[in-house]
Design a protein around this ligand. Structure first.
Ligand SMILES: CC(C)(COP(=O)(O)OP(=O)(O)OC[C@H]1O[C@@H](n2cnc3c(N)ncnc32)[C@H](O)[C@@H]1OP(=O)(O)O)[C@@H](O)C(=O)NCCC(=O)NCCS
Length: 331
């Protein structure tokens, strides 16, 4: 009897309209387009504007896009997971609100946060529910309004991040397509180098913290960069070796979009041709939990049933890893 695997069967996405270009950033902090482009590969990012609009606004729109494209009835959705590092509120689940707003009234839902690896780890969680046989579909949304925790006076951080959301549907597959293997890791000593210090339970928000911008994301870029390059490449190599894959077996590298140089380093480590590397960092920047599903959405029309996709991500925590997934449909 063949084992039931968990496949991605639909994709949707949403990015806000406002485009924050490098040229606009030049008027906000001491930076320039040439520096940003050569150091990160980013040309522009999307920012969500509007009073009271949070991550759920992005998540709801991405989910609605998927529901419309796939033509499913939201009442049939059984579980909604919102992978995010920027939930709407501290105490109320963003996923519960999202599920209600999209009409997934028969689903249970929860948020999960592993910083920039939230969606990658979310794939593991979503697939596990399907593989268990207890659920027949899981809607996994990666969404972040990073602009809500960015200090637009900190030039080392504000140039990198943007807002956006992507959604995928996981369903059972009997042809052994879908998630094949995963290599996921965490190292809590990394939190010194990438964090938003104030606003959580260790350091509740204060007036002083807000004045200093200490509720915003701070990073020691060089240390994060070195760890990201090493660990994303290492995880990718490990997943290939464990599955007896060579670079010729890889159809697509789906890597977290934090810095083009980090993505290139991962691709170079396995000698992968540039045309097999999904890339959209130039137009969205680092959207944290949304980078991987935004890539799938942008490249969906080029993906073929049976394609071997290697996902890789690295982020705050530190959290990182790689997932091997076989694509399950032609669009
Ligand atoms: C942030 C990052 C782009 C900086 O690039 P870098 O090449 O490491 O640059 P450095 O931090 O070493 O800074 C080099 C110089 O550029 C300056 N600089 C920093 N930001 C700048 C900006 N936006 N514009 C112009 N100069 C800038 C620094 O002040 C420094 O100047 P100095 O040499 O006079 O001190 C890079 O470290 C990075 O991408 N890190 C990982 C980020 C990441 O992935 N974060 C999310 C995790 S998922």
């Amino acid at each position: 009897m063949s084992k039931t695997s968990a496949a991605i069967t639909a994709v949707g996405a949403y990015v806000p309209e406002y485009v924050l270009t490098n040229q606009i950033l030049e008027t906000m902090v001491d930076t320039n387009d040439e520096w940003i482009t050569t150091r990160t590969g980013i040309k522009e990012r999307r920012i969500l504007k509007g009073e009271g609009k949070g991550t759920s606004f992005l998540a709801i729109n991405a989910a609605k896009d998927l529901i419309k494209k796939r033509g499913i009835d939201p009442k049939d959705i059984e579980l909604v997971i919102v992978a995010t590092a920027t939930p709407d509120m501290k105490a109320a689940s963003t996923a519960a609100f999202t599920a209600s707003e999209i009409g997934a009234v028969n689903a249970f839902s929860f948020d999960m946060d592993a910083a920039c690896s939230s969606f990658l780890f979310g794939m593991s969680v979503a697939a596990g529910y399907i593989e268990s046989g207890r659920y027949k579909n899981v809607l996994l949304i990666g969404a972040d309004k990073m602009s809500s925790i960015i200090n637009y006076k900190d030039r080392a951080t504000c140039i990198i991040f943007g807002d956006g959301a992507g959604a995928v549907l996981f369903e059972p597959n009997e042809e052994n397509l879908g998630l094949q293997d995963e290599y996921l890791r965490s190292d809590g000593t990394g939190r010194a180098f990438l964090q938003a210090t104030y606003g959580g339970s260790s350091y509740p928000i204060t007036f002083e913290a807000i004045e200093k911008g200490a509720h915003c994301a701070f990073q020691e870029g060089r240390t994060v960069f070195k760890n990201a390059v090493f660990n994303m490449a290492d995880a990718t190599v490990k997943i290939l070796e464990r599955n007896n894959l060579t670079k010729n077996d890889v159809d697509w590298l789906v890597a977290h979009q934090a810095n083009k140089r980090i993505i290139d380093a991962t691709a170079n480590r396995i000698n992968l041709e540039e045309e097999k590397v999904m890339m959209n960092i130039h137009k969205y920047g680092n959207t944290t939990s949304a980078t991987l599903p935004l890539l799938l959405n942008d490249y969906e029309s080029q993906l073929k049933k049976g394609d071997n996709l290697i996902f890789a991500a690295f982020g705050g925590g530190f959290n990182w890893g790689s997932i091997y997934l076989k694509w399950a449909y032609n669009s």
